[in-house]
Design a protein around this ligand. Structure first.
Ligand code: FAD
Ligand code: NAD
Length: 485
């Protein structure tokens, strides 16, 4: 460290510099300071990153509004009469800002980071490497460190298509003054599905265009099929394998998308086009070449199992690495990278069950292997419980959906769970705990989960699987007869 201090003279020199204050960067700074390293955190925008300011927190606040509209329409079914709900989009955005502020104010991560004495340079402008140990931000701040951890996240992927500048991303939702009458959503992964579902609930006429053969391609195939059917049922026009986009152009009422399929030309038009065709690493501004950092084939920062880049003193974590792009994984990555940066590369990134899902309409979620993946390496049984026969869903009037449990025939362990419908994420998370614990399906079946609950649906799927495997589940057999859940 002394050598480095001498080398960098008067400008800010520290042990560890973390670039980017999203979940990965915040976790990295906290861990680094906790291990006793003098730590600085620099970020171009506000603390919390995309996660707190532009991604999960505000988008889920919009989704919650969509859910409230849906629930309001159900009131009549339960004998409650109100007039048709009307959305005031500007007021909703005010509420979203309030929520983002509340989440930020209550961030325990920020409090801990502050209490450990991390120097935070917030809204410092975009940082770029000027040499392997130094960065300079657009605001002119220059910082140097012995070790650097890159946590700069990603950006919505841009398509090299004429007229692309006429399109929007999910981030443009914050600048709208009203709900657009119509919308084309291009790309049906988690982001596209959220945008389509939310704005459909708000009253836009939505068309969803997916280049691949099915929407939600990383979900179990049965979930994709059920989700597409549900979206269509709710009024969204879903176009899978729609062809290739040729151009976007201005139209009288908004934007026209021109696309081709099988040699024929088609077009679709809406007041707004939202493109959600993937999340890419933003490395062009960082000038990674100046630090000797290589990118992988997908153009994300290349890291080894210790999250070390090709420059041994520089680590990376979160979306910038192209690993599973979710908040818990970003936090885990930041923590691991900082541990290795401070104590030496000894801790490989843990491979864990990663439950994931989305608060869309319908909600969907997964934990563990999809059926197709499981079949590649296991002899499996699948058990499916449909929501139109389970007690809690009947009570709540939410009878669309199913829970599919995948069990390894040899070990009788639960290895996958896929759910679509009300509280899908909550159900899959219980399954994730069972998978992480290496639990046998007959043991899962016999846990007396509360009745009538959504978690109980999982127990019922476990009873069914145990039956298929010829395993006794004692008292729990009654669950099958009692519409468990
Ligand atoms: C619409 C949407 C919804 C999502 N919903 C969920 C969800 O419900 N659950 C979930 O788990 N995940 C969700 N995700 C994914 C999740 O938000 C990301 O995986 C997570 O934010 C990644 O964290 P990160 O720290 O790597 O990057 P980010 O959160 O993107 O933070 C990166 C930070 O680096 C800063 N930065 C960038 N470049 C520079 C630079 N050159 N110099 C200085 N600072 C820089 C940025 O300003 C930002 O503060 C969602 C993503 C999207 C797009
Ligand atoms: N859990 C959540 O709620 C949530 C929400 C949003 C994003 N995320 C995470 O962020 C990451 C990025 O998600 P995403 O949805 O932005 O990207 P994605 O890569 O998951 O999905 C992009 C979709 O666009 C399609 N596509 C690609 N090129 C296309 C083209 N030219 N025309 C039409 N379709 C095209 C792809 O086939 C794919 O289905 C994911 O890892 C996801 O887990 C999570």
């Amino acid at each position: 460290m002394l050598t480095a201090l001498a080398r960098y003279g008067d400008h800010h020199m520290t042990d560890v510099l973390v670039i980017g204050a999203g979940p990965a960067g915040a976790a990295a700074a906290l861990r680094s300071a906790d291990l006793g390293a003098r730590t600085a955190l620099v970020t171009s925008a506000a603390f919390g990153g995309m996660a707190a300011n532009d991604g999960p927190v505000p988008v889920r606040a919009l989704a919650h509004a969509g859910r409230l509209l849906r629930d309001a329409r159900q009131l009549d079914q339960y004998g409650i009469t109100i007039s048709e709900p009307v959305l005031d989009y500007s007021r909703l955005l005010g509420r979203v800002r309030e929520i983002v502020g509340d989440v930020r104010t209550n961030s325990s991560l920020r409090r801990q980071i502050d209490s450990l004495g991390v120097t935070i340079h917030e809204r410092a402008g975009v940082a770029r490497f000027v040499d392997p140990n130094s960065i300079e931000t657009r605001s002119g701040l220059r910082l140097s460190a012995d070790k650097i951890i890159i946590c700069t996240g990603g950006v919505s992927r841009r398509l090299p298509i004429p007229g692309f500048e006429l399109t929007c991303t999910h981030s443009d939702a914050w600048g709208l003054t009203s709900v657009p009458p119509s919308m084309l959503v291009v790309g049906a992964g988690a982001t596209g599905m959220q945008v389509a579902s939310i704005f459909n609930a708000f009253g836009s006429r939505v068309q969803l265009f997916e280049a691949g053969p099915r929407i939600l391609a990383t979900e179990d195939a049965d979930i994709s099929v059920a989700a597409a059917a549900a979206l269509r049922q709710s009024g969204i026009a879903v176009h899978e394998a729609f062809g290739a986009i040729e151009a976007f152009e201005k139209s009288a009422t908004g934007v026209r998308m021109i696309f081709t399929k099988d040699g024929c030309r088609f077009d679709a038009e809406a007041s707004l086009v939202v493109v959600a065709t993937g999340w890419a690493a933003e490395t062009s501004e960082l000038n990674v070449a100046a630090a000797g950092i290589e990118l992988n084939q997908r153009k994300f920062v290349k890291v080894d199992e210790y999250l070390r880049t090709s420059a041994p003193h520089i680590f990376a974590a979160g979306d910038i690495t192209g690993h599973l792009m979710l908040v818990p994984q970003a936090v885990q990555g930041g923590w691991t990278a900082a541990t290795n940066a401070v104590t030496g590369p000894t801790m490989p990134l843990a491979d864990q069950v990663s439950p994931m899902g989305s608060f869309t309409e319908p909600e969907y979620a997964q934990a563990g292997l999809t059926e197709a993946k499981a079949r590649e390496s296991h002899d499996i049984v699948t058990s499916i419980v449909h929501f139109d026969v389970t007690t809690r869903t009947l009570i709540d009037g939410r009878t669309f959906g199913f829970c599919k449990l995948i069990t390894d025939r040899k070990s009788c362990k639960v290895i996958g769970c896929h759910v679509i419908g009300e509280r899908a994420v909550d159900i899959a998370e219980v399954a994730a705990i069972a998978i992480a614990a290496g639990m046998r399906v007959d043991d899962l079946a016999q846990i007396p989960l509360a009745y009538p609950t959504y978690g109980g649906i999982l127990a019922r799927a476990a009873v069914m699987a145990a039956g298929q495997l010829g395993l006794g589940v004692g008292w729990a057999n009654q669950l099958e007869r009692q519409s468990g859940g």
